[in-house]
Design a protein around this ligand. Sequence first.
Ligand code: NAP
Length: 302
Amino acid sequence: MTAKLIKGTEIREEILAEIKAEVEKIKEEHGIVPGLVTILVGEDPASVSYVTAKIKTANSLGFKEVQENRPETISEEELLALIDCYNKDRTVHGVLVQLPLPKHIDEKKVINAIDPDKDVDGFHPVNMGRLVIGGSAVKFRPPTPAAIQELILRAGVETNGAEVVVVGRSNIVGKPIAIMMMQKEPKANATVTVAHTRTRDLAFHCKRADILIVAAGVPGLVKPEWIKPGACVIDVGVNRVGWKISKKTGKRIALLKGDVDFEAAQEIAGWITPVPGGVGPMTITMLMRNTLNALKYKLGIA
Ligand code: NAP
């Protein structure tokens, strides 16, 4: 069997078009567009590139986009004051602080300072609590788990009653996607197992999965023989395993690999996401959808 490729790059375009159309409609009917502020502290190259991509996408959708770049030396107090300023700004619906932050700043305090109704990353404890409750309580699904669920849904994979195995239990990927997939909801309703470094027999659990979601950050962790024939494999891992020279630009670019042995796995799985080009491109898209939703909640049209 050769697996169907779940192409994040293509599905992203569909969703961005949907968002753009909604933004135009809301602008016409309500005279307002979604407002997103991106707060970047320091100049970490990965963070700069993530923020640049978020800004570019927000602009392409017709959002109001505000960039706040601050030096590494900013104090925690100053950063909290900046967040407070945007919590109060009625033209801003999403407040995003790019993580990680420098060591002298308490990340938890910063996340907790964001107004939960503007927390488009969905990391605030109030939004995590809403996610656990499920149904209409949910406001913002964190972008990466939202991307995973959307890819499964749009690929047409049945989740009702499916055995879902999630490898990884981080707060940003593993835990939220496990919670989302077990909810009593049409695009979930799965029986979920969460595996981690203390799991006794990882292969045993993976082999049972109708839907295998791997977010461990270990290149090639999941072996092809661990995959159930016909399963849906979502590889969240993004691991830099070397460098290559881009044919287009001549620049040095990172060589990326997922957590699954892709070449061999695609001969066994029913569906599979590539790395790069699977979950990665979808994450910013879901962040944009959260920002649009934040405005819709405000207008009472969600
Ligand atoms: P993380 O915070 O480091 O968590 C990794 C999780 O995997 C932990 O729960 C860890 O278990 C588990 N794990 C690690 N090695 C394992 C092993 N050998 N066997 C079983 N479980 C193992 O990572 P994360 O932030 O969730 O990210 C995971 C991966 O996804 C990374 O490659 C990251 O770059 C990628 N990612 C991609 C996107 C995107 O595409 N947009 C977004 C976020 C993350 P313990 O809890 O026991 O330590």
